[in-house]
Design a protein around this ligand. Structure first.
Ligand code: DOR
Length: 432
């Protein structure tokens, strides 16, 4: 609980959503936990948050957030990124390690954890699989795991060397940590700045084939079988990748995966104006891939929506399409894009499953329980599914502006966010 904040908060008039179902109830938060859920919870002394017309569920969990600290503070900081997260309904984000320096040592892990301690959401710090993400030798995974790192990834690049990846999986197994892979075969993707297909040909821009992603998914499914260790596939974007994971799960392998809001809403056609806001890695794909990602999210093949929130400063994104860095903002628009992109207006449970308790279970976080009951941690997200709003890039809390959704009307908005019992967003306003 933040100093000076109310210790009792009543979320009144909403529909409570959890793994068990959806029901009309008020929720009382007291001293950092859910104290009561029901129709006649005691109000005395509680600050009241109006939840009329809203879904009240567990806080959202993002497995894939670039907070840019240390080293790229002009693009984002833990403070600004966590504020964007809170406004987007997230109460936990996993900070990616492709910082400068990379999060590959105890010193940098401690630095980011210290920054996260005062943030508006819980910051889980991930570590690099290899030193400096260079793909040559393993980072001190055991030491970082002892500090509390639960997920390792070289995100931004995939571990190219199959032998090294095998070794990393063998180390991960007894440590109980998750290895997450950015699936991209460097040799096959080399030089490609968008998806290789009809649009890249028409635009005269070098592309990278879907197979550059799929080859690494295929290899790591095989390595999961060889080692018995868990692999989590990040931001899957192709129909072939979704099929590979579906088959791997059917054969009982311990694999999980995520997809981004942009891969379920946009296609490579959006790149036709050479607008660098649409340059991202993995690249936007044709409609058949987007539809396969949607289907995978709806049939349980894809465990989680993860934002890949990737802030870049304006100067960098103003370069020509082939020279601008890949990446787009995600935290403040993810929930609405998932709601609209998957048509979940009548299915709040699936929305919260994909954005809250399923990503939490990938990491074994307490939110995996997905219960709104006395004793549960008071990390909560209140969503108004009917509110329409226009994305105003100038008003985003992120320090960067690189959203491809600027000016677009979305439906569904986070009204309040409660983190560790503290209302950090009230009526769409961050409280600090
Ligand atoms: O588009 C991307 N941007 N993909 C990545 O894998 C890395 C990210 C970044 O860090 O900017």
């Amino acid at each position: 609980m933040a100093e000076g904040g109310p210790s009792r908060v009543l979320l009144r008039g909403g529909a409570v959503v959890d793994r068990g179902g959806v029901r009309r109830a008020d929720v009382l938060v007291d001293s950092g936990v859910v104290a009561a859920v029901g129709d006649d919870v005691p109000i005395d002394g509680a600050a009241v948050l109006d939840c009329g017309g809203c879904w009240v569920g567990p806080g959202l969990v993002d497995l894939h957030t670039h907070l840019r600290q240390p080293g790229r503070e002009e693009a984002e900081t833990v403070e600004t990124g966590s504020r964007a997260a809170a406004l987007g309904g997230f109460t936990t984000v996993v900070a990616m390690p492709n910082t400068t320096p990379a999060i590959d040592s105890a010193a940098v892990v401690r630095e980011v954890m210290a920054l996260g301690a005062t943030a508006l959401c819980t910051v889980e710090v991930s570590g690099a699989i290899t030193v400096d993400r260079a793909g040559e030798r393993l980072a001190p995974m055991a030491e970082l795991a002892r500090l509390g790192v639960r997920l390792f990834t070289d995100d931004g690049t995939g571990v190219q060397d199959g032998r090294l990846m095998r070794r990393a999986l063998e180390y991960a197994l007894p440590l109980g940590v998750v290895l997450a892979q950015h699936c991209e075969d460097d040799a096959l993707a080399a030089g490609g700045v968008m998806h290789e297909g009809a649009w890249s040909s028409r635009m005269g821009v070098p592309g990278q084939p879907a197979e550059a992603e799929e080859l690494m998914v295929m290899r790591d499914v095989t390595l999961a079988r060889l080692t018995g260790a868990r692999v989590h596939f990040q931001h899957l974007s192709t129909a072939g990748s979704v099929d590979l994971v579906r088959l791997a799960k059917r054969s009982g392998l311990a694999v999980t995966c995520e997809a981004t809001p942009h891969h379920l809403t946009l296609t490579d056609e959006a790149c036709q104006g050479y607008d660098t806001a649409f340059r991202v890695n993995p690249p936007l794909r044709p409609a058949a891939d987007r539809d396969a990602v949607r289907a995978g999210l709806l049939d349980g093949t894809i465990d989680a929506v993860a934002t890949d929130h990737a802030p870049h400063d304006q100067e960098a994104k103003e370069r020509p399409f082939d020279q601008a860095p890949p990446g787009m903002l995600g935290l403040e628009t993810a929930m609405a894009l998932t709601l609209g992109g998957l048509g979940l207006g009548d299915d709040p449970q699936r929305l919260f499953a994909l954005l809250s308790w399923q990503p939490a279970s990938v990491l074994g976080l307490p939110a995996a329980a997905g219960v709104m009951a006395p004793g549960a941690p008071a990390d909560l997200c209140v969503i108004d599914p009917g509110e329409r709003w226009v994305v105003d890039a100038g008003r985003l809390a992120s320090r960067s502006r690189n959203t491809p959704y600027a000016g677009m009307e979305l439906q569904g908005r986070v009204r309040h966010t409660v983190h560790c019992g503290e209302p950090v967003v009230i009526d769409q306003e961050a409280q600090r």
